[in-house]
Design a protein around this ligand. Structure first.
Ligand code: CTP
Ligand code: CA
Length: 235
């Protein structure tokens, strides 16, 4: 390896990353969403670009600037994120699902603004499950027998390792970044985060614990670990 590839170990690789929340319309003026800031996903995109990768960042609605050298694809709903992700996944070497995808969407968003009913004290909304984007990408990868290396995230408030291992296996991921979001100042919306990295059976037995640190630094560590797992590198 020459000096250039030591500084840019991701040169020649295409990395796709989902980030931020999704927004699921209820009617033309209202939606269901969550508090994801997009900071971790954007930090991953910046780190991947700095390490030399071509980066596609599929982002839900966030108020963050696009990192230098990153191609950004803006989406709103989980269905739009699913479509954009599937379109890109076949062409990428690493796919990272960092978005906080809404698990459910309104079965039938109202065409007009939902009016308050004076005579009723309750309103029932019927929700249907959104597709699991990262699981679909890992399944399609397995069916095709090739790329990409798939990295997921798990934000949990209890039983971190057990829930993360379950997601790793169930979604057929190669690696998962597990965050304990019950500790103050870490995770959702914060600038810092800590993580437990886990790999699919046989690799990195027991995982690796990354202490609390700025998301920018944690992002670089995550990208470097993923790069280290790619056995075949393009010339
Ligand atoms: N994810 C996804 N599509 C979804 C839901 C989740 O791609 N519809 C991805 C996330 O981007 C993340 C991983 O799956 O990489 C785990 O997300 P999480 O919400 O923790 O998993 P769920 O299976 O939805 O489980 P939970 O019931 O804990 O929300
Ligand atoms: Ca979820």
């Amino acid at each position: 390896q020459d000096a250039a590839t030591q500084d840019t170990p991701a040169l020649g690789l295409h990395i796709a990353i989902t980030a931020g929340p999704t927004r699921e319309p209820l009617d033309p003026v209202r939606y269901l969403s969550n508090h994801s800031s997009g900071k971790m996903g954007f930090a991953l995109a910046a780190a991947a670009a700095e390490l030399g990768a071509r980066v596609s960042l599929i982002s839900g609605p966030v108020s963050l600037p696009t990192p230098d050298g990153v191609e950004r694809i803006d989406v709103e709903t989980a269905l739009q994120m699913h479509e954009a992700s599937r379109r890109l996944a076949g062409d990428c070497d690493i796919f990272i699902g960092c978005a906080a995808v809404a698990d459910y969407r309104a079965e039938a968003p109202a065409e007009h603004k939902i009016k308050k009913v004076e005579s009723e004290d309750a309103l029932t909304l019927r929700l249907v499950k959104n597709p699991d984007i990262i699981a679909d990408i890992a399944n399609e990868r397995d069916a095709a027998g090739g790329r990409p290396f798939v990295v997921g995230f798990a934000a949990e408030t209890r039983d971190l390792e057990a829930y993360a291992r379950d997601k790793l296996t169930r979604k057929r991921l190669d690696m998962i970044v597990a965050n304990d979001v019950s500790s103050a100042g870490l995770g959702f919306g914060a600038d810092d985060n800590a993580a437990l990295l886990l790999w699919r059976d046989g690799e990195g037995e027991g995982g690796e614990s990354l202490p609390p640190q700025p998301k920018t630094q944690l992002a670089r560590a995550v990208i470097e670990r993923a790069l280290g797992c790619l056995s075949v590198r393009p010339v």
